[in-house]
Ligand binder design. Structure first.
Ligand code: G6P
Length: 584
């Protein structure tokens, strides 16, 4: 899985590198590009981030034809050999691929006389398409492949980029003096304000003067471009050491953007239309952090309504035999709008007749396009892999949605919250980060909605610190997990609900009696005797009850951040992860 780009025009190397930087959220294990000029192909590759590739590239402003790739490894180690572009046997064809070729081993067994330099499924596609790149060789290749792909290929002496799409996104923008293909239309911002969206099974070739697209029945298609109403803002750190910290501190700004957007008539109209749909159950679906936002949405909606409301992990949705049909409202939550598991779940719900709503930060994303309605997050670009302000925004939109269905005023409540947001005491959080960075494992516990916050805080910690961490229900501890408690285990207790606090406190005592170290994150006012039970206490400002999970998560996000920095990790680009995982 990965991001791909193709470009025909001047300054090919710098245009491709710029595009790869925008696509880096799709993976940063390695990056590469190949450019054809005066009949020759030159390629550059680097293991690691696009910035490393940039240092190896020889720039040229002459006209050329190029393709580029940023990789999140699926098959084959993270190495230079496995870095794209991949080459046909003679090296005359170069190809980049996003997706997974499920039958690559069968194809490899059938292709005789090939020498492979790496272990990827994509290299097999390059060998299969062959040294003579044409529509016919492309067509033959894609008919043999099972799985998902977006391909872009160029050849020595050629004037075109050949492309094909199946389940992985691919878009084309064409002007008189340039052509661009990319996995994400954000690459087109600044280049063109129109683009063509390819559908599954489509393939073709594009040159400066010509664009030919075939459908899956090999018939030529005329596709109309759509408008790109989007300005790419390449965020800078602006004095912050990392994007993650900056993005945590953008929570208040995000809230302000949401208040502005959702008090306007346009969003009121969208919400009214969703409300008027005939539904009697709601599914909330996402992956990773977005799934935790789905759980928060489930909590809000279940408090308000007596209908079936169910939060599901996108990758498991199809295995759960859920009653999804024409009377289901299916809400998909995704920062990027490109996560493959979430998109597959969306297709599944659509086939079952469900009405589709997306909550996303990326309004031109595949998810937004495939939805009946889109509720934007208004969080601005989120660069750090670990989602912070987008999670905050996802929960807020679900809060707005719930209150709107109840015909309640949400704007006043959000305006009040704006002044209550508590970013915490860096010194105190830093001390706790120092403390937990010395341990091999950490547990988070909570009850009710605090268990959801525990899950999200635990995910943040493991994503960027690589410390083993687990979120457990306070009440469930004694049914097994307590066997793991000893003096080598810090347990972070999350408590924002005064009605559940007594029980949680009992569970904390059970941990303390077994030598566990206790850290409390709370919005409640606790007395000195209670505080004395804990090794450390973080007290955040109170707020309206439904917004307490948002108040407390900010400080837990910062805790994960400070711990990662303490351990010498780059919190913005944690190992093995991508901002959006575009394979199932
Ligand atoms: C990846 C990221 C997670 C993120 C998840 C969902 O797994 O590493 O941090 O929560 O994708 O991303 P989405 O863009 O769908 O919200």
């Amino acid at each position: 899985m990965c991001g791909i780009i193709g470009y025909i025009g001047k300054n090919v190397e710098s245009v491709i590198l710029d595009g790869l930087e925008r696509l880096e959220y799709r993976g940063y294990d390695s990056a590469g590009l190949a450019v054809c000029r005066q009949g020759n192909i030159q390629s550059f590759k680097a293991v690691g981030e696009v910035s490393k590739l940039k240092r190896t590239v020889k720039f040229c402003d002459d006209f050329g034809i190029g393709i580029g790739h940023t990789r999140w490894a699926t098959h084959g180690a993270i190495s230079l050999e496995n870095c794209h572009p991949h080459f046909s046997q003679s090296g005359d064809t170069a190809l980049v691929h996003n997706g997974i070729i499920e039958n690559f081993e069968d194809i490899k067994a059938q292709l005789s006389g090939m020498q492979y330099y790496g272990q990827t499924d994509s290299e097999v596609a390059a060998k299969l398409i062959g040294d003579k790149l044409s529509i016919s060789s492309l067509r033959k290749m894609i008919k043999k492949i099972a799985g998902s792909f977006a391909f872009a290929a160029i050849s020595k002496g050629g004037d075109s980029i050949y492309f094909a799409k199946q389940k992985s996104p691919l878009y084309i923008a064409k002007k008189d003096d340039g052509v661009m293909l990319a996995s994400d239309p954000s690459c087109f911002a600044g280049f063109s304000n129109e683009y063509i969206s390819l559908d599954d099974g489509e393939y073709g070739r594009v040159s400066i003067s010509n664009l030919t697209i075939y459908d899956s029945n090999d018939k030529i298609l005329q596709k109309q471009p759509q408008k790109l109403d989007f300005k790419f803002v390449d965020e800078e750190k602006k004095g912050y050491a990392h994007f993650m910290l900056k993005e945590i501190y953008q929570s208040r700004l995000t809230l302000e953007n949401i208040i502005e957007k959702y008090s306007g008539s346009q969003m009121q109209e969208v919400l009214s239309q969703i409300k008027s749909l005939n539904f009697d159950r709601i599914f909330l679906i996402g992956c990773g952090t977005a799934y935790h936002a789905a759980l928060i949405g489930q909590y809000y909606l279940r408090q308000a309504f007596c209908i079936d409301i169910y939060a599901a992990v996108a990758s498991e949705l199809q295995n759960e035999c859920l009653p999804i049909d024409e009377s289901s409202l299916c809400i998909f939550i995704s920062q990027s709008g490109e996560t493959a598991d979430t998109l597959a779940a969306l297709e599944y719900c659509r086939e079952k007749g469900g009405k589709i709503v997306s909550i996303t930060n990326t309004i031109y994303s595949t998810m937004a396009q495939k939805s009946d309605f889109c509720l934007p997050l208004c969080a601005g670009q989120e660069k750090a892999v670990a989602s912070t302000k987008a999670y905050f925004a996802q929960c807020l939109i679900l809060y707005i949605f719930t209150l709107f269905l109840q015909r309640k005023d949400y704007i006043t409540s959000l305006k009040t919250f704006k002044n209550q947001i508590d970013y915490g005491d860096d010194f105190a959080l830093g001390e706790i980060a120092d403390f937990i960075s010395k341990y091999q494992k950490v547990f988070f516990i909570g009850r009710g909605v605090d268990l959801i916050t525990a899950k999200e805080a635990s995910l943040k910690l493991k994503e960027i610190t690589y410390i083993f961490s687990s979120a457990e229900s306070s009440g469930e501890l004694k049914h097994g997990v307590i066997a793991l408690v000893d003096e080598n285990l810090p347990v972070i207790v999350i408590a924002t609900d005064e009605h559940l606090f007594k029980k949680t406190l009992n569970n904390a005592h059970e941990i303390k009696s077994r030598g566990g170290k206790l850290i409390l994150f709370t919005t409640l006012n606790i007395d000195d005797d209670t505080a004395a039970c804990f090794d450390k206490v973080i007290k955040a400002n109170s707020a309206q009850k439904p917004l307490l999970p948002l108040q407390i998560i900010i400080q837990l996000q910062k805790l994960a951040y400070f711990t990662a920095v303490k351990l010498g990790n780059n919190p913005d680009k944690p190992r093995n992860l991508a901002k959006s995982v575009t394979v199932e």
